[in-house]
Design a protein around this ligand. Structure first.
Ligand code: PEP
Length: 253
């Protein structure tokens, strides 16, 4: 009942020219694929071009990697929700661990962005996940709960239908070390339980929860086969069109 969603987070990679040739080949690879939602989140500089090339495609949706919560004004270097909407961006990645760790984003800031995104018609892909230190201390569930409660404060049950949660253990991001399908399933189940406490069981059952952290064509099927894993947020392996299309195909296998 939950349509799988596979998203590419290109991070600070891909020029406009590279985006054009990527899409040309990616489209051919995913042409026969149906029943899975694909999202590409390029850097801001490539959004306009990708938007033009996608032309409102229902199959490949446009994403952004971040946004600011204010409408406009003196916020050098930031981009607003309406600027993204103007380019037909549908999803926005919020609270990524790199934003949290490198740029100091807190749950309170992420919450303002989530609330603004939803009010603006954007669907947040809200990232949560524990560090290795937190997992080693047995605190992963508590950390997930704190991040979810903080980042989703004030979000109604109706709005939760537009939220995608990405469980991304920090120790698995860009390290080549993915969570085992069992570890990921355990965390996803917990995320869904917290979402049920925040809203209700029926709403939580409909929320899509992606796994992120060193997803590759070789491990995608086993992760995506878990009952509470509804998709993947893919960094490094999404930079190559063929490999990313294989991950997309693993979602329908
Ligand atoms: C990410 O940054 O969201 C991510 C999951 O990266 P990678 O796939 O490279 O681990």
């Amino acid at each position: 009942m939950r349509k799988k969603i596979i998203a590419a987070n290109w991070k600070m990679n891909m020029t406009v020219a590279e985006t054009v040739s990527y899409l040309e080949s990616f489209r051919v690879h995913v042409e026969p694929v149906n029943g899975v939602e694909i999202v590409i989140a390029p850097p801001f500089t490539a959004i306009a071009k990708l938007s033009e090339l996608l032309g409102g495609s229902q199959k490949i949706r446009l994403g952004a990697q971040n946004m600011y919560f204010e409408k406009n004004g003196a916020f050098t270097g930031e981009v607003s929700a309406s600027m993204l909407r103007e380019l037909f961006v549908k999803y926005v990645i919020l609270g990524h661990s790199e934003r949290r760790q490198i740029f100091g984003e807190t749950d309170a800031l992420v919450n303002k962005k989530v609330v603004t995104a939803l009010a603006s018609g954007l669907r947040p892909i809200l990232c949560v996940g524990e560090t290795l230190e937190e997992r080693d201390a047995g605190r992963e569930k508590e950390v997930l709960e704190t991040q979810l409660r903080g980042s989703l404060a004030g979000v109604t049950a109706a709005q939760m239908n537009d939220v995608v949660v990405a469980y991304e253990p920090v120790w698995a991001i860009g390290t080549g070390r993915n969570a085992t399908p069992e570890q990921a399933q355990d965390a996803h189940k917990h995320v869904r339980e917290v979402l049920a406490e925040l809203t209700d069981a029926g709403t939580a059952a409909k929320v899509r929860i992606q796994y992120g952290g060193s997803v590759k064509p070789a491990n995608a099927a086993s992760l995506l086969g878990q009952p509470d894993i509804d998709g993947a947020l893919v960094g490094g392996a999404s930079l190559e069109a063929l490999g990313f299309s294989e991950i997309v195909k693993a979602a329908v296998a």
